[in-house]
Ligand binder design. Structure first.
Ligand SMILES: [Zn+2]
Length: 374
C-alpha cells in the first residue's frame, strides 16, 4: 500500500514545549510544519505568569516560525501560519487579576493555566505543593471559563518524601483530582498526557466535552517500559509521566480507537540539549515534534481507525478551547523513512528526536510521511 494517503484538517497540538532562544529557533519549525496551532507550555525560565511575559514569548515564537526558508521535509507548508496559543504557569505569584487580564485578551489572550506538581519535572519548582491552595485563582478561572491543564502526578508526600514515580498519576487520580472537581464544579479541566489504566478508567467514566478532557502523547501510545529498559535505559523515552506497562499502553490504544470526543492529541514535545539528555541525570522530556504527526497517523493506521484520526488531531482539541477547527488541510502518505540527523541549534547544540535511527531504540522506521499541506 505504498500510495495510501490521508488528508485531514490541520492538526492542533494541545501540549507543546518550545523553550526559548536558540532552542526555540531550532525546534519551532517542526511543530509549525505539522500543526496549525499549539497550546504553548509556560514552564520556561522564568515561568510565564503575566500577560506581558506571554506577549513577549508569543512574539518570539512568531518571529521564529516566520523565519524559516525551508522545512524538514520540503512540504511547501508555510510555517508562518502557525498560531501559538499562550498559557500561564500556576505559580504562587499568579493572581485573579492576571486571570481576568488574560481572559480579556487586551494585551495577550491567555487560553489556559498549567499546573505542575512541585519538583516533578522540568522547571516545576514554582508550582504549588497542593493545587487546592490556589483557591482565588481557581475560582476566577471558573468564573471566566479559563481551562486548567493538569500535570496530574503526585510527586512528594506530606513528609516531603518522593513517591514512587510509577504511582504518581494513580495517586493523583485517586486523591487530588476528585477533590478538585468537587470543589470547582464549573472549572474546565484537562488531564494532560495520560499514561495509566487508572487515568483511563477515570476519564472513560467522567470525561465530558467542554468540561473534563484529556490529551495523549505519541510516545505513550507507541512505547511501554519494556522498550524504555531494552538493552539499557533509553534516554529519548525518559519523560514524566514515565511510560508504563504494556497493559497501560494497550488500554490507551483501546481508548483512542473509540474516538471519544473528549480525547485529543497533545504531543508534549519537550526538547533538551544533548548535554542534559545524555548526562548522569537524564532530563525529563521526549522531543517528538519532528515525528509526532507521523507517529499518531501510524498508530491509528495500525489500529485500523484512520477515520478517527481527524477528530483526535484536529477537532477535539480546539473545541475544548472554544475554537473552530481549521479549514486548511495536511496530507500524509504511507511511506517509510528514518530520522538520521539531530536538530542542531545555531550555537551547534544537538537535540535528538524520538525515533532517531541511532539514539532511539535502534534503526526505527516511521511508516507515514507528510506529503503536502495548505
Ligand atoms: Zn509537558
Amino acid at each position: 500500500m505504498t500510495n495510501k494517503t490521508i488528508t485531514i484538517k490541520r492538526p492542533f497540538d494541545s501540549h507543546v514545549h518550545l523553550r526559548r532562544g536558540a532552542v526555540l529557533r531550532a525546534v519551532a519549525k517542526y511543530t509549525a510544519e505539522r500543526f496549525g496551532r499549539g497550546i504553548i507550555m509556560p514552564n520556561t525560565e522564568p515561568p510565564i505568569d503575566t500577560v506581558e511575559q506571554a506577549l513577549e514569548y508569543r512574539k518570539e515564537i512568531l518571529s521564529a516560525v516566520s523565519s524559516y526558508a525551508s522545512v524538514l521535509q520540503n512540504t511547501s507548508i508555510d510555517t508562518a501560519k502557525f498560531e501559538p496559543l499562550m498559557t500561564f504557569y500556576l505559580t504562587k505569584k499568579l493572581s485573579p487579576k492576571d486571570i481576568e487580564k488574560g481572559a480579556s485578551g487586551d494585551v495577550c489572550k491567555i487560553y489556559a493555566v498549567k499546573s505542575y506538581p512541585y519538583g516533578a519535572t522540568t522547571n516545576s519548582q514554582w508550582g504549588y505543593r497542593n493545587i487546592l491552595e490556589a483557591k482565588d485563582v481557581l475560582r476566577e478561572m471558573e468564573n471566566v471559563g479559563m481551562p486548567l491543564l493538569l500535570h496530574g502526578e503526585v510527586h512528594l508526600n506530606a513528609n516531603d518524601e518522593e513517591e514512587d514515580p510509577y504511582d504518581g498519576e494513580k495517586m493523583f487520580i485517586a486523591d487530588v483530582l476528585p477533590r478538585l472537581l468537587d470543589k470547582y464544579p464549573k472549572l474546565k479541566v484537562s488531564l494532560e498526557h495520560m499514561s495509566s489504566a487508572e487515568a483511563i478508567d477515570f476519564m472513560e467514566k467522567n470525561g465530558a466535552v467542554d468540561k473534563l478532557v484529556t490529551t495523549v502523547t505519541p510516545h505513550h501510545l507507541m512505547y511501554d517500559r519494556r522498550q524504555a529498559f531494552s538493552g539499557g535505559y533509553r534516554a529519548l523515552l525518559h519523560c514524566k509521566p514515565l511510560v508504563k506497562t504494556r497493559e497501560d499502553k494497550e488500554r490507551l490504544l483501546a481508548m483512542v480507537k473509540k474516538g471519544l470526543p473528549f480525547v485529543s492529541a497533545g504531543t508534549d514535545t519537550a526538547p533538551h540539549p544533548e548535554s542534559k539528555k545524555f548526562s548522569s541525570c537524564c532530563a525529563f522530556g521526549v522531543f517528538n515534534s519532528p515525528v509526532a504527526l507521523e507517529l499518531y497517523t501510524q498508530v491509528f493506521d495500525e489500529l485500523g481507525c484512520l477515520d478517527k484520526l481527524e477528530g483526535f488531531l484536529s477537532v477535539n482539541g480546539p473545541r475544548f478551547f472554544g475554537l473552530e477547527p481549521l479549514t486548511a488541510t495536511i496530507t500524509l502518505v504511507k511511506e517509510d523513512w528514518q530520522v538520521t540527523e539531530p536538530v542542531v541549534t545555531e550555537e551547534g547544540v544537538k537535540i535528538w528526536s524520538l525515533c532517531h535511527k541511532d539514539h532511539g531504540l535502534g534503526n526505527e522506521v516511521i511508516h507515514w510521511k507528510i506529503k503536502s499541506g495548505s
